[in-house]
Design a protein around this ligand. Structure first.
Ligand code: ZN
Length: 195
């Protein structure tokens, strides 16, 4: 049997997504072999994770009130790309193609999600205030993502803005977060107008 602290750490790691008990054991053993200094830095980073917050404009993960993208003067505020979560932003940023700003919904619509859990009212308020020229709906190519996209289109159609959706080519049922740069670049370039 492992010492108690070892056992507890194995439980902590096993609770992470995609980490099984065997992998957790290996990780704890690996950490045990590290310098104390490295471990302290790791522990400190973990503790500080909760100091992060959501950007008050786009709801991306941020260290400040406004995230790095919203506070960047070179981004074009005339285009808002709506994504399900912050990890999708990382994928889109990797293409280097997109120069606009984002809006993170915090998930997608499905039968179990109440509409008011998503940042949709915030998006509408933002559209009224910022008057963008184009909204790119970049929800995932899943049933829930499509449902969300149609719902957003209905909500936004009374505003005089162009509404587009990422082009086909992203594999159905997949996730933007896992799409490769070439596929995502082509989906952005070949976006289809919805209205
Ligand atoms: Zn932001």
């Amino acid at each position: 049997m492992y010492p108690k602290i070892f056992q507890k750490l194995i439980e902590n790691f096993s609770a992470l997504p995609s980490v099984g008990p065997k992998m957790a054991e290996r990780l704890v053993l690996f950490l045990f072999k590290q310098d104390k200094e490295k471990l302290l830095e790791f522990a400190q980073n973990l503790t500080q994770l909760k100091d992060l917050r959501h950007c008050e404009r786009c709801f991306n993960i941020s260290q400040e009130d406004l995230c790095g993208i919203c506070s960047n003067q070179h981004r074009h505020n005339s285009t808002i790309c709506v994504v399900e979560d912050s990890l999708d932003i990382i994928s889109i940023e990797r293409t280097g193609l997109y120069k606009g700003v984002y809006h993170v919904l915090g998930g997608s619509l499905d039968t179990s999600t109440e509409n008011n859990e998503l940042k949709i009212p915030e998006l509408i308020a933002r559209v009224q205030k910022e008057k963008p020229e184009e909204i790119i709906i970049a929800t995932n190519p899943t049933t829930e993502g499509d449902l969300t996209s149609l719902y957003l289109k209905r909500k936004l159609q009374d505003f005089n803005i162009k509404i587009t959706r990422l082009g086909r080519g992203l594999s159905t049922g997949g996730d933007i977060e896992y799409a490769d740069e070439i596929t995502l670049s082509s989906a952005l370039t070949n976006r289809e107008q919805m209205n």
